[in-house]
Write a protein that binds this ligand. Sequence first.
Ligand SMILES: [Zn+2]
Ligand SMILES: [Zn+2]
Length: 505
Amino acid sequence: MKNILGTELVELILRVLSGGIGILFLVLGLGFLILPEIVAITFFAEPARAVGINSLRGDFGALFLGMSFFCLLGVFSAHRWLLLVPIVFLALVITGRLTSFSVEGLPLVMARTLVSEVLFLSVLSLSLISHSKKSGSQSSPPVFKVLYSTRFLVVLGLVIIMVAGAFMSRRQIGMRLWDSIAASRISRQNVFGKLPDGLHVGLAGTGSPMPDAKRVGVCTFVIAGKHLFIIDSGPGSTLNLELMQVPLGNIQAVLLTHFHSDHIAGLGELMLKAWVNGVRTEPLKIIGPEGVDTVVHGFNQAFSLDAGYRFAHHGDAVAPLEGTGGFPETIEVLDENKGEVVFQTNDLNVTAFLVDHRPVEPAFGFRFDYKGRSVVISGDTLPCDSLRRQAEGVDLLLHEALQPEMLRVMNQAGATSGRDVVTNVSSDILTYHTFTEEAARIARDAKVRHLVLFHIIPPTPAAVFQSAFLGDSRKYYKGPITFGVDGMLFSLPPNSTKILKKWLL
Ligand SMILES: [Zn+2]
Ligand SMILES: [Zn+2]
């Protein structure tokens, strides 16, 4: 074995293979840098929310590019010992994977990845050994002497003992951590305590009826000074509101744009949580177009048994029965130009206006004005004049957006696979929503300061599709366009032109 490893041919073969591994790492590193979400799929590493992309680019990109750099430098120079760097990293990656396997079990797909990594580690190690055999022991670099020194082995032994100790006591460590996390979570401030006076708009749900791994059903919250409004209550959105620390007990009113399921399916849960979180003694006000009473009474009835259980369990101190459910308030928009004021104080004006979502009639959009700042929320609509008028000069326009070309590709795929119902539904969708580029034109015509797209159709699983989704939108509208994602918060300080963006998820 000693002799074979030391031959020219074997050394050359191992060197070429090591070079190949270096190039593979280079491709993966560049992939993580350029298309992080796509490459991450091959590693089953979905980014958690938008900020996770940052870690994919930074951490994964750096790991692979770093390994590639030292791999190729080792292969193409006389300093073959530089291969030690990717060898150490691969050994650590394999250790992490084995630890995970022992804790969470062994998924077959990751076992294949493990085998590749062991193979890479073996090739690089053999290449290193082969080179040192061929060159003779006198050329061994000082780094090997350090590796074999007693001091290094003692430190390595201590690290292994510490890691093993931590692994054995993971249950106690988990409980200790939970102690401190639970206390800080319970005492956490709600979002009100963190926000200065102003108009704040949060995206708790930016999806559509189509399943989207990154977006739940439509829901927006607006905080204007001390007032909190929820606009639409799509499926799953109440949990997002809670994760964003929106104090549901403080809701002034829920405003519904219309009664498609992607805008109301979360209403029962929202009313129930608002009741218990706020120890409400009167039902939650639900404002909407004609038909809102049918929706609210239906949810009230569906949740009445649960309300009874909670009262029986917790009593008046937590769940006073008189505060359960919601009470509907029907709004009729009489003036198509001005809309209808649904809430008013000295500083705040909330206006409902008609939009075109036929055959859903009537359907609303909403406008909020607070201390010189303004936002319009489109609801579901075709491009229409009333929305253009209401959006005139607003700071923020939240507009629904549909990308027709991407949807047509989906329709064709549905037709090819024989899923006719899916194809029919998604063809019909084209006739009562606003295309992305049309939303951009509306923002341009109305001289809007900032356009936020939401109610995204079709679902775009990765940020890399955003550019395709926008099409030529940036040609039509020169202001900033934000591709709405669950968890975003826009803050508009009073009497200013600033628009600040944050992530609460
Ligand atoms: Zn709709
Ligand atoms: Zn919708």
